[in-house]
Design a protein around this ligand. Sequence first.
Ligand code: BG6
Length: 525
Amino acid sequence: MNQNHPDTNSSAAPCVMTIFGATGDLTKRKLIPALCNLAQENLLSTQFAIVGFAANDFDTESFRKSLAENIPKFAALPIDPKLLDWMIQRTYYVKGDFLDSEAYKRLEQQIAEADKKHNTLGNRLFYLAVAPRFFSSIVKMLGQCCLSKEEENRWSRVIVEKPFGHDLASAKQLNQELKQVLTEKQIYRIDHYLGKETVQNVMVFRFSNNIIEPLWNRNYVDHVQITAAETVGVEHRGGFYETAGALRDMVPNHLFQLFTMTAMEPPISFDADEVRNKQAEVLHAIQPLDPEDVLTNTVRGQYGSGTIDGQRVIGYRGEPDVAPDSNTETFVALKLLIDNWRWAGVPFYLRTGKRLARRVTEIVIQFRRTPFVLFRNTTVRNLETNRLVIHIQPEEGISLSFGAKVPGSVMKLGLVNMDFDYCTYFGTEHSTGYERLLRDCMAGDATLFQRADMVEAGWSVIQPILDLWHALPPRGFPNYAAGSWGPVEAEELLEKDGRSWHRYGEDELDKRAHIASPEKTRMAG
Ligand code: BG6
């Protein structure tokens, strides 16, 4: 198989997959269920084995037992008992400290045994589902015991979880440390947003439809909004979140994935480096923010207590492991401009936050007005503008709104929606979002993984914000109530440009009202 053009419909290459942090949440909730889903669909090689590696007190037998209990709990669909047994019989456990060289000897031996028994052709995949402080040390250890070494026809790949660095300097340092042991081609920096069907579909939508791409530029687009709103708070992750905040946690990774997919130039092929070159180019083209821009084009917020879905919830400062006077932001909104031919002058507004009014991730392309209002001798004065919304989650689909005549003898226009809903069209997918990414890695396709330069380019964009926010601690936190749409300054960010955030809930109501009665369509007149 050509490494750059893996056959996306074939099963993944044989390998032993070692999971560092095998007893953690990610392994049982996402990774193992994803592997089961792949096996169920015959997309996993039958020459496959898993080695769990962690410090917890398990051996192969007890680890298999815990998997047998957990897999059915976390799988979206009932698991075929034969498949469960198949998976468990090829799972092994090595107990050890991530920094103990003796433990790596045991690991090496276990991998060799599993390789022989399951005929995995010497291929090794290492998944670092561990705290970021271990990334470098584990890779160094893999280098020392030669597990990272590739030979002809035997590959060795490492998947690194987020967060990849804490700022630009630490991301650069981490890249450097990993590259002392691995080549760039061996490193798969994962971002689970790229495992979402709807995110992958952004590229397909843009580049496989001839009617879309000609409009996708400053001549037709007024502005773009990217929202990733959550209703959950920090849950049990207060300790981590205190050191991260919304900006680091969501922007240089998840939001920038959506951003680059939306703004990138068409690649000449879907080859990993072609696609990633285009994504990197967009990040490099973002207008650098000087301190004045940071003050005017960014907003930070922190939630206070409030009501979500009829339930009273506490403010961020009262959450477990959070300082009572914490200044960590749980909301961020930004306005970015891209200095290139396609997007010059078109603002991209990004926002994300916890404890917001509704869970919604979407990309809104707001088109420009028509050049003049044709309906001069009618009551129509202002035309609503066309809007394309790519719904990433929880709704998955695409809607295009456009003006239509409301039936009746008076000329009235209304905004109506044309909707494509993934679930209605294709049925519900029961995937964890990790299936595609794991299989791509096993097939040597890095298209949906971050390259070193992309990660660094992303951090370069937000570094000036981190610096200024650090120098000027926020005043007046908490500044939004749980269950709202964030601080008032986020509304003002768009209002001062004569724009407003897309109100997902309200438009949906409009749409349903319109289906029930055309009179209720949003009027322009
Ligand atoms: C994670 C962040 O990477 O993504 C979390 O650390 C966030 O804070 C999560 O809640 C959001 O992912 P999703 O798939 O629920 O949108």
